[in-house]
Design a protein around this ligand. Structure first.
Ligand code: GLN
Length: 245
């Protein structure tokens, strides 16, 4: 009798513990990996990470009934983070590229954008073709880095943050910076004497990167994205951060 009481008590305690641990009220977490150095897509506002990607991820998490957690890391660690399962998805203004598709899957794209060239006002570089033989600043591991590498006789200077590439342009340590259009607009608005060349370097699409083996999440994210595009939510998030011009 006594033993039974003790066993029952222990069992009840265990059940309560396991409920608290994996069920009940607690939502499944959805871990987004990003590099919060990329305004207006992701940047810090106090101790919060905000921006277009943070809001799109939040809208997806809400739709899936999950709790969003954002992990900030170097841009060139993002793909490894989803491959290792450290994060569930990457939203980092990440461009869909064939070579990246060897390591991760991409969701349907959520934005069409471009790579642009920033130079000092009055520079002899007036079009992307003038970059031959020049010193070009980029953010390490980005598509800007990959395009710069292909320019003839170029010297590529790689920085951990896009902003640092822009600083080195201001200090005349590089002749130009190749970077995504919207961060470029933010950086030139914060610094005097810089312009964006009219001719874009290339057009690109951003999408969400997910581990190859997590096709379940890929399908959920694509279904959510479709809903959020349809309802106008994605458009309104983008419009909140990017003024039409
Ligand atoms: N769109 C670029 C890429 O995917 C840069 C992204 C970034 O710097 N966050 O490489």
């Amino acid at each position: 009798m006594k033993l039974r009481k003790i066993l029952c008590g222990a069992l009840a305690a265990l059940m309560t513990l396991s409920l608290a641990g994996c069920g009940g009220e607690k939502k499944t977490t959805l871990i987004m990996a990003t590099n919060a150095e990329f305004p207006p897509y992701e940047y810090r506002d106090g101790d919060q990470i905000v921006g277009i990607d943070a809001e799109i991820a939040q809208a997806i998490a809400d739709d899936l009934g999950m709790e969003l957690v954002i992990e900030d890391m170097a841009f060139d660690s993002l793909i490894a983070a989803v491959q290792s399962g450290k994060a569930d998805m990457v939203l980092a203004g990440m461009t869909v590229r064939e070579d990246r598709l060897e390591n991760v899957n991409f969701s349907d794209p959520y934005t069409l954008t471009a790579q642009v060239v920033i130079v000092k006002d009055g520079s002899a570089i007036v079009s992307p073709s003038d970059l031959v033989g020049k010193k070009v600043g980029v953010q390490l591991g980005t598509t800007g880095d990959m395009y710069a590498e292909d320019i003839d006789d170029v010297t590529v200077e790689r920085f951990n943050k896009g902003f640092e590439a822009v600083q080195s342009l201001l200090q005349d340590k590089v002749d130009a910076v190749i970077i995504d259009r919207e961060p470029a607009k933010v950086f030139i608005s914060q610094n005097e004497g810089l312009i964006i060349l009219d001719e874009e370097y290339t057009v690109e699409e951003y999408a969400i990167a997910i581990a190859k083996n997590n096709t379940e999440l890929l399908e959920q994210v694509n279904a959510s994205l479709a809903k959020l595009k349809e309802s106008g939510k994605i458009g309104s998030i983008i419009n909140k951060y990017i003024s039409a011009d």
